[in-house]
Design a protein around this ligand. Structure first.
Ligand SMILES: C[S@@+](CC[C@H](N)C(=O)[O-])C[C@H]1O[C@@H](n2cnc3c(N)ncnc32)[C@H](O)[C@@H]1O
Length: 257
């Protein structure tokens, strides 16, 4: 508790973070409405993300939370989407996932919940205790675990999911794909959501932001549909298919038998 309070203590955002990263959109308020040196609470990403998820799940006041890239661009954190049931595109992708399925970065478990409804066995991994709790409340099996730590039944999963931007986990997609390759069984597949074909591979520094709190910067990445094949081969996976559904792109990467 004391450590958490210490992590959450108030501090004045240092000049380099407030000037190098223009706060033009956080909370939907223009930067000129902000005091020149606003107080932000620095909060570990897992805790801030968990607090936001818990608040959104409780149906509280919507929190304007953003995913900020170090170049200044930002996008709204789609908490509502993560808490809602999967859509038709996700269901179609899940139909290609042979069980048992390992959902890497499962969040509040919408993909696992859909798999459970279809009678498919799955396990979710996530760094956020709140996400794991919410996933379990949806009937999913999920554990608090980094994908890079000791994962149960490593090397036996028939499918691994990296959906909804999760190819960004860790900020080094080749290392993440190599890890996913080691977790699936020979002949198994990794289903990855990518950007569109022309989107470049980018290794990024990002953070979470609300009007009152920010997380430290952490590594993230984005990969386009054209870039995934080379990264997959370098990781020991064979790119077998790329498909598009309603503007979203996916790749199926297989581990040799
Ligand atoms: C973009 S969210 C996606 C949530 C979920 N897959 C969905 O689509 O609803 C990314 C998730 O990855 C988790 N995550 C980040 N780094 C991770 C790691 N090293 N191991 C496991 N999960 C991680 C985060 O806590 C977060 O829940």
């Amino acid at each position: 508790m004391r450590a958490r309070e210490a992590a959450a203590r108030r501090f004045t955002a240092p000049a380099d973070t407030t000037t190098a990263v223009p706060d033009t959109t956080v909370g939907g308020h223009p930067a000129e409405a902000d005091p020149p040196r606003r107080l932000h609470r620095l909060e570990p990403a897992e805790l801030l993300y968990g607090r936001l998820l818990a608040s959104a799940a409780a149906g509280g006041e919507p929190v304007a939370a953003r995913f900020r890239i170090a170049d200044g661009r930002s996008q709204k954190l789609p908490l509502g989407k993560w808490l809602a049931p999967v859509d038709a595109v996700d269901r179609a992708v899940l139909a290609h996932a042979a069980p048992p399925v390992l959902d890497i970065g499962c969040g509040p478990g919408r993909h696992l919940a859909a798999l459970a409804v279809a009678g498919q066995q799955g396990l979710g991994l996530d760094l956020s205790p709140v996400a794991v709790r919410l996933a379990r409340a949806r009937g999913a099996e999920a554990i608090l675990r980094s994908v890079f730590a000791d994962v149960p039944r490593a090397g036996t999963w028939r499918s691994a999911l990296l959906l909804d931007g999760n190819i960004g986990i860790g900020g080094a997609p080749e290392a993440l794909l190599a890890r996913a390759c080691a977790l699936i069984a020979p002949g198994g597949a990794v289903l990855v959501e990518t950007g569109p074909p022309e989107a470049p591979t980018r290794r990024l520094r990002v953070r979470l932001e609300t009007r009152s709190a920010i997380s430290p910067w952490f590594g993230w990445a984005t990969v386009g549909a054209d870039g995934i094949a080379g990264l997959a081969r370098a990781a020991g996976l064979e790119p077998c298919a790329t498909f598009e559904a309603r503007g979203r792109w996916f790749a199926r990467l297989e581990r040799a038998r």
